[in-house]
Ligand binder design. Structure first.
Ligand code: ATP
Ligand code: MG
Length: 430
């Protein structure tokens, strides 16, 4: 006989959304259904509680989806049984046996009863189940103060019994806060910044400025890998690779050396804003952290954003490197970020960069570069990769369209049939 598992999901912050709660829950449900597409699992929502039911062989996919889903505080595999004291007792004993097999030594029972017709109240359920477990599983001792495991009993539409609740990713469901454009380098910081915005419900597009042949194709592949990881938390990310060599060469030719980094940032911002507008993104996102490097002083940050009017979000601004690394490790981007391929900024960085640029002076220098046309050209020739989309949504053909412009060499990934480099139809979903 096929065995079925039921998972129960806990939503935290969403439950505080009052009148907007239904909208948030609808998106959460859609996201979950998308992640589970192709499996035999079903999602039900009853009285604000989310449940996933799956045949046992689909448990891996369900648990992976729940591990990635934004907007839940926790989840647990439960036993769903009839609402009778006898069935509840039996399920509690089964759960307790599983705990004992995992080496757990102490427990307590917690109980909640939303269906008041159940013959025992919460206190009665705790005593009844606790007593039954003690008799049936002597390896487990009751400890009401510091138990190693808590066995939860919830009497709702059915009786649900579980232990070992897993932590969820918290935050808000992906897509509830619109879409932002992440400036994604191959470094440690910008992926962490992207994740923090994802966790606030923002869907992401990402842009990577590539300086081929000064930066290797491997550097781009590294960014794609990072975008794949970020995308896996948010139903996918479109990564735009913009060839920025011509822009960087122009800066190198015309600008005083100490100013090159600040001016490059300004150009990136201008280009990113144009892309954001084409893609209906509401903001730009960077991985800047105050005073981490010369380009991230308050003055230089304000130079960088002086040419754009979209809001620029910098979720890492008050964090130190250690804290940022912890985020990067916890989301799985750190290992890839520390691979040794140089970012374009490193290659062009001056030995003595200006520390506190004046935005008036920056503006004048920037005007002299006459970058507008180069920037639009670069954008029009950009490539797009779909990264981290759930498997069933990912087209089978490779999706890259990148062809490094300067040398005329083809990129390492072949463009899919019918696509030509630069043929991005901005207004359509891509
Ligand atoms: P990161 O670890 O994200 O590379 P960083 O500490 O190296 O950050 P900078 O190189 O000064 O800092 O870059 C600051 C921010 O500018 C990055 O976090 C990123 O958002 C953006 N950025 C820098 N280089 C690029 C690039 N080549 N493509 C896209 N965005 C970039
Ligand atoms: Mg960097």
């Amino acid at each position: 006989m096929m065995e079925w598992y039921t998972y129960l999901l806990k939503i935290g912050e969403l439950s505080l959304k009052k009148g907007n709660r239904a909208g948030f829950e609808r998106i959460l449900r859609q996201n979950l259904v998308t992640l589970l597409r192709g499996s035999k699992a079903s999602v039900t929502v009853t009285n604000g509680r989310f449940y996933v039911r799956t045949p046992s062989e689909g448990a891996g996919q369900v648990e992976d989806a729940l591990d990635r889903l934004m907007g839940i505080t926790g989840w647990a595999r439960t036993k769903a049984v009839e609402k009778t004291p006898c069935a509840v007792r039996g399920a509690c004993i089964e759960v307790a046996r599983e705990l004992a097999e995992r080496g757990i030594k102490s427990f307590k029972v917690e109980a909640r009863r939303t269906d008041k017709r159940f013959p025992l109240d919460s206190y009665g359920i705790r005593c009844d189940a606790g007593q039954a477990i003690r008799e049936a599983v002597p390896a487990l001792a009751v400890d009401v103060h510091t138990p190693q495991a808590i066995i939860e009993v919830e009497i709702r539409e059915r009786a649900y019994i579980y232990a070992m609740e897993q932590k969820g990713r918290r935050g808000l469901p992906s897509g509830t806060a619109g879409r932002g454009l992440l400036l994604l380098s191959g470094g440690i910081d910008s992926p962490a910044a992207g994740y923090m915005m994802l966790s606030r419900g923002m869907a992401l597009d990402a842009v990577y400025f590539h300086a081929y042949p000064y930066t290797a194709e491997e550097a781009r592949q590294k960014v794609i890998r990072i975008a794949e990881i970020l995308g896996s938390y948010s139903l996918g990310i479109r990564l735009f690779t913009v060839g920025f060599t011509a822009v960087q060469m122009r800066i190198k030719e015309r600008a005083p050396l100490p100013w090159t980094t600040v001016l490059l940032r300004m150009a990136m911002m201008e280009c990113a804003e144009e892309l954001a507008l084409r893609r209906h993104c509401k903001c730009l996102i960077t991985g800047e952290s105050l005073s981490q490097v010369a380009s991230q002083t308050a003055e230089n940050i304000s130079c960088a954003q002086s040419r754009v009017s979209l809001p620029v979000f910098r979720p890492l601004i008050g964090m130190d490197k250690e804290q940022i690394i912890r985020v990067a490790e916890s989301i799985g981007t750190y290992e890839t970020s520390i691979l040794p391929y140089e970012d374009c900024c490193v290659i062009f960085s001056p030995p003595h960069p200006i520390l506190r640029g004046d935005s008036g002076e920056a503006g004048e220098l920037y005007e002299k570069l006459e970058l507008s046309e180069l920037i639009v050209d670069a954008l029009n020739n950009s490539a797009v990769d779909r990264c981290g989309f759930p498997a069933v949504l990912t087209p089978l053909a490779g999706s890259s369209r990148y062809h490094p412009g300067l040398t005329g060499q083809a990129g390492t990934l072949p463009p899919p049939e019918g696509d030509r480099p630069g043929q991005i139809r901005w207004e359509e979903e891509i």
